[in-house]
Design a protein. Structure first.
Length: 315
């Protein structure tokens, strides 16, 4: 596999060299200043929300958040109440529910999509192009149109003329609540995931794949030792998008889960009260819900930027 390793190193060196040229060509002092100004403008509302999350309810209702900078009066009571409030679904329980829902719903589509993308890119089989076009076309199907068929699949299965083509999956009830939302998010994510990873994997130089085949590597070894390491930026990029999408989702989670299995987005909806009179708790709850997405983004930021630059320099 020495030839494969040398080819892979040449590919990485060429990508890094081209990425460096791209950064130099697109970076200037004026662009940097403009980026800082835009970032500051976008940050001001978030900063105001952050300050409000530490203010008392009476202060929030009688004055703007900026007055706290000159006359500070902060408290952690909003966070304490937000984290423990709720009879049937406390924010702490909903926070754990979101973790249980999001982690598998982000990992499973990546595993399936990477395998499918490799097959579409480097395995010749009959009807490959037609099947790929069908997968690509699934992206235009609105999620709302698939909710009822999925619910029917979970409960009754698929039958034509009284003959069961696919039996019910048997995941109804509280014990199967997480399974339903995992399956739903996986199905909704696969078309885009396969399309994105296929575009990246298909751009791997054919010489690298052929060198591995000459050395006796099968599809399993090529996929595990060559394609996956080279595709890690694209996988991490999609992983970030999928994680944030599932973490912030309310529609799919509300349809396929219930009761104590609902995620943090449902708990945030209940925090504000019936008429929005407790929105100081909502500001605290919003920042509690941001902790995990921020950790995921900054942990994978290096791969995310590499994926964007690599995608921009291919071709």
């Amino acid at each position: 596999m020495s030839t494969v390793g040398e080819s892979s190193r040449r590919l990485l060196r060429a990508t890094e060299k081209t990425s460096g040229k791209l950064r130099k060509a697109t970076t200037s002092r004026g662009a940097t200043i403009a980026a800082f100004i835009i970032a500051a403008i976008w940050t001001i509302p978030t900063f105001g929300l952050f300050v409000s999350s530490f203010r008392q309810a009476d202060d929030i209702k009688t004055s703007g958040w900026w007055t706290a900078l000159s006359n500070p009066s902060f408290t952690f009571e909003n966070y304490t109440q937000a984290f423990s409030s709720g009879d049937s679904l406390p924010l702490s329980k909903a926070f754990l529910n979101s973790l249980v829902i999001t982690i598998p719903a982000a990992i499973v589509p990546i595993i399936l999509a990477s395998l499918a993308a490799y097959a579409f890119a480097w395995i010749n089989f009959k009807g490959r192009n037609t099947l790929f076009v069908m997968v690509f076309a699934l992206q235009i199907v609105p999620i709302q149109m698939a909710l009822v068929p999925l619910l029917q699949l979970f409960s009754d299965g698929v039958k034509i003329g009284g003959l069961y083509i696919l039996p019910g999956l048997g995941v109804n009830g509280l014990d199967g609540a997480y399974a339903k939302v995992w399956i739903a998010h996986t199905i909704f994510a696969l078309p885009l995931a396969i399309f994105m990873l296929h575009n990246f994997i298909s751009e791997i130089p054919e010489e690298v794949i052929e060198a591995a085949r000459v050395d006796g590597a099968g599809h399993g070894k090529i996929f595990a030792q060559i394609v996956l390491p080279l595709s890690m930026p694209a996988i991490a990029s999609f992983g970030i998008f999928q994680f944030l999408w599932v973490w912030n989702d309310l529609l799919v989670a509300t349809v396929f889960t219930s009761g104590g299995g609902l995620p943090i987005t449902k708990a945030l909806q209940d925090l504000s009260g019936t008429y929005g009179q407790s929105w100081e708790l909502l500001t605290a709850g919003a920042f509690i819900s941001m902790i995990i997405p921020l950790v995921v983004f900054f942990a994978l930021q290096r791969y995310f930027v590499r994926g964007l630059l690599a995608g921009a320099t291919k071709g």
